[in-house]
Ligand binder design. Structure first.
Ligand SMILES: *Cc1c(COP(=O)(O)O)cnc(C)c1O
Length: 480
């Protein structure tokens, strides 16, 4: 990273150009654009050479941390490595088909969609999946709409969705946008939902409980089967936020636990690129009695051919144009096929092993608010430290490590939510642990040093509130 890199506008010198064409190939009389349609002058456009512009963009790109450049233990986000073979396959020319192509011409693509759905069905024991939602949150709202339509078609519309206090913020937002009221349920001292507490909150107005499993404390909701039973007795449904499926895919299947509706995040568990805003994919799986409510279009196989269902009497309708982010599905299928079905379980086992290795290594130094078994991520608090979680996160930047998720889940004071994933080597994890030890040691002897980190980035501490409220998205001429 080059801290001294000047903004490209300040490098501009009148008359410099970044291209040169031979006059015989592109002579003036070839340019036939009507002069009136041409802009006369572009003001303040930087005039630079080709190498300067290449360096400008290369340096900008290097300012971003990515999973290709370093460790990225961002809790709840499953920032695993995205194998390059997925990219290679998604880039096959054969896949660059137009979404309006007649389905007869793209049966190969349709086969990919149904094949991937079959994999998801095997992994989750759900009866069918829609692959159209383009994010986890989009999957959640799709799931809520399915639940809503199902209950109202039974003549039993209900108003409330119960959500644990450890849930991801998207859960209440999705329920709200689907037209529900949400009610928060507290988790117990083990970090999970207690059956007795659930009973207190349950009544005939409860449409569903949205349970994240394992939850955002990295803990398995071991009462899930009983929870499902009690909900069903009450005429309510169980929605499972499956964003954390990396913790137990190949080991436990939500469909076997009594889950009615769930979503998965292909950009987390299934290794498709993540960060920078997408594109993502949040397939939604349902129990057999809800299959007809899935959104259209729905791709299916009959005999040896593939078809698309565009209408369904009971379907909630369309939630996105076309069939979802098709090339994300291609990548996720490439991932599953390249690791093979025997290895799926190992992915989860290694993810859990790595998180527990971090837990054991840092437990002597940091407060662990919930002592229950750790699955794919471990959550510490900043209790008893003389620096804050934010200070530690900023210090990690000086080690070239992306900070873990901070201050979430909100039920933990100064939460540090660390999710290493299975794709990291022991050496990388040891480097992280070592960095954490050094930071915590320094915090004892010289807290001011830690409070002023980072020292190696182009800007150090930002006024984060101001940065979020007042976006400065373009270069402005400095006044000197
Ligand atoms: C990431 C995540 C979501 C939301 O998924 P997006 O794809 O970011 O919309 C929901 N719940 C949990 C637990 C998550 O980790």
């Amino acid at each position: 990273m080059n801290k001294l890199q000047k903004p490209i506008f300040e490098k501009s010198r009148k008359g410099k150009i970044g291209y040169s064409f031979s006059p015989t190939e592109f002579s003036d009389d070839l340019i036939t654009i009507d002069k009136k349609k041409l802009r006369e002058e572009i003001k303040d456009f930087p005039q630079v050479s080709e190498v300067e512009i290449v360096r400008h963009y290369t340096n900008l790109a290097q300012l971003n941390h990515s999973v290709d450049s370093g460790f990225y233990p961002l809790g709840s986000c499953t920032m695993k490595y995205n194998p390059k073979i997925n990219e290679k396959i998604a880039n096959f020319e054969e896949f660059s088909t137009h979404p309006y192509s007649p389905h007869k011409f793209v049966e190969g693509n349709l086969e990919i969609i149904t094949t991937f759905e079959e994999w998801l069905k095997k992994i989750t024991a759900m009866a069918a999946f829609t692959l159209t939602p383009s994010a986890g949150a989009h999957g959640e709202i799709t799931g809520m709409m399915i639940i809503k339509k199902y209950l109202s078609s039974k003549g039993d519309p209900r108003k409330i969705i119960l959500i644990p206090d450890s849930a991801h913020g998207t859960n209440p937002a999705s329920a709200h946008f689907a037209g529900y009221e949400t009610k928060e349920i507290p988790s117990n001292e083990d970090g999970i939902i207690e059956i007795e507490t659930l009973k207190e909150y349950l009544n005939k107005d409860v449409a569903a409980l949205m349970m994240t499993n394992p939850n955002t404390l990295g803990i398995f909701e071991k009462n899930i089967c009983k929870t499902s039973e009690i909900l069903h007795k009450n005429g309510s449904l169980l929605y499972m936020d499956g964003a954390n499926m990396n913790a137990f895919m190949g080991i436990v299947r939500p469909g076997d636990l009594g889950v009615d509706v769930m979503h998965l995040n292909l950009h987390k568990t299934f290794s498709t690129p993540h960060g920078g805003g997408g594109p993502g994919s949040g397939p939604v799986g349902v129990a057999p009695y809800l299959v007809e409510l899935l959104p259209v279009p729905y791709v299916y196989k009959k005999g040896n051919n593939y078809f698309i269902k565009y209408h369904g009497e009971k379907s909630i309708g369309r939630i996105k144009n076309f069939y979802g982010n098709f090339l994300v599905i291609v990548r996720a299928l490439a991932y599953l096929m390249s690791i093979g079905k025997e290895y799926i379980r190992k992915v989860a086992e290694d993810a859990v092993l790595n998180a527990n290795y971090i837990r054991k290594s840092l437990e002597p130094l940091l407060e662990l608010p919930y002592k229950s078994k750790t699955l794919h991520e471990v959550i510490f608090s900043d209790k008893n430290l003389n620096v804050t979680t934010l200070d530690i996160a900023k210090s990690l930047l000086d080690y070239g490590i992306h900070p873990f998720t901070i201050y979430f889940p909100t039920i933990v004071h100064g939460a540090m939510m660390i999710e290493p994933t299975e794709t990291e080597s022991k050496e990388t994890i040891d480097e992280f642990i070592d960095a954490m030890k050094k930071i915590l040691e320094k915090a004892k002897t010289d807290p001011e040093y830690i409070k002023n980190t980072p020292y190696t980035t182009p800007v150090s501490r930002l006024d984060e509130v101001l940065a979020a409220r007042k976006h400065v998205l373009k270069w402005e001429k400095s006044s000197e």
